[in-house]
Design a protein around this ligand. Structure first.
Ligand code: DX5
Ligand code: ZN
Length: 235
């Protein structure tokens, strides 16, 4: 016999309200590149556009680079949130800034000079982000935590869209939330990979303030509908 019928009534489901405002950052990786301008138009209601740059060396996939960012910049006034999955990103920070990036996020595994890369992004007048693969201990980003505007928790292994959210990412988000609160830092906690309307609330309750979503936004019924579903899930 179920608990509800034993008690003779249905227990109310408690679903606490979303604790803070959340930015949505659709990933252009999942859009139709032949219609880049329209695909950006469709996410006009989003907060940021997430731009995944892959070099075929740091990750086993090549996506796109500077000309596509420049084209996106011309087509949209959205904040261009550039996620660099490339080796030695410091070689290209100025180029990406000049091509239209508003924020630049680098991987701790991609350079022995993480702190310098963060400094360079700041000197370029852009928001500085750091991130790490799911297999990298969170401690790796602690030395730069006070110097960044954004920390991205990868909830899939970087390189491909459409993968499943790794559940242990939730604990990493909670830990990071504590560390940033202890520092008094207002840095964004961004989460990227496998984010859907089904798990978005849990991710936000763990401490995320910015959700990246590729396949959940750019689905068969269009990005506007996909974005709306994510927003609804967070109401
Ligand atoms: C993966 C990229 C993600 C990707 C997310 O390496 O960093 O931004 O586009 O795609 P979904 O939301 O489909 O997992
Ligand atoms: Zn990304």
């Amino acid at each position: 016999m179920s608990r509800a019928s034993r008690l003779g009534r249905v227990q109310p489901v408690t679903d606490p309200a979303v604790p803070h405002p959340v930015k949505l950052a659709p990933s252009l990786l999942a859009c139709d590149f032949a219609r880049l301008g329209e695909e950006l138009q469709a996410i006009q209601g989003a907060d940021w556009a997430h731009v995944d740059v892959m070099d075929g060396a740091f990750v086993p996939n090549i996506s796109f680079g500077l000309p596509i960012l420049a084209a996106a910049r011309r087509a949209s006034s959205l904040f261009m949130d550039v996620h660099l999955m490339i080796q030695h990103p410091e070689r290209y920070l100025r180029d990406f800034a000049e091509a239209g990036a508003d924020g630049l996020t680098v991987h701790v595994e991609s350079t022995p000079h993480l702190h310098r890369a963060v400094q360079q992004i700041r000197e370029l007048g852009k928001k500085a982000g750091v991130t790490l693969n799911p297999g990298t201990p969170l401690e790796a980003l602690r030395p730069v935590l006070a110097d960044v505007d954004l920390v991205l928790i990868m909830s899939v292994n970087p390189g491909f869209g459409g993968q499943k959210f790794i559940p242990s990412s939730l604990e990493r988000i909670r830990t990071l939330r504590r560390w940033l609160d202890d520092l008094g830092s207002a840095a964004e906690i961004q989460v990227d990979g496998g984010v859907t309307p089904q798990n978005a609330r849990a991710v936000v309750h763990a401490g995320a303030t910015c959700l990246v979503a590729g396949s959940a936004v750019y689905g068969p019924d269009g990005a506007q509908a996909g974005l709306e579903r994510l927003r609804e899930a967070l109401k």
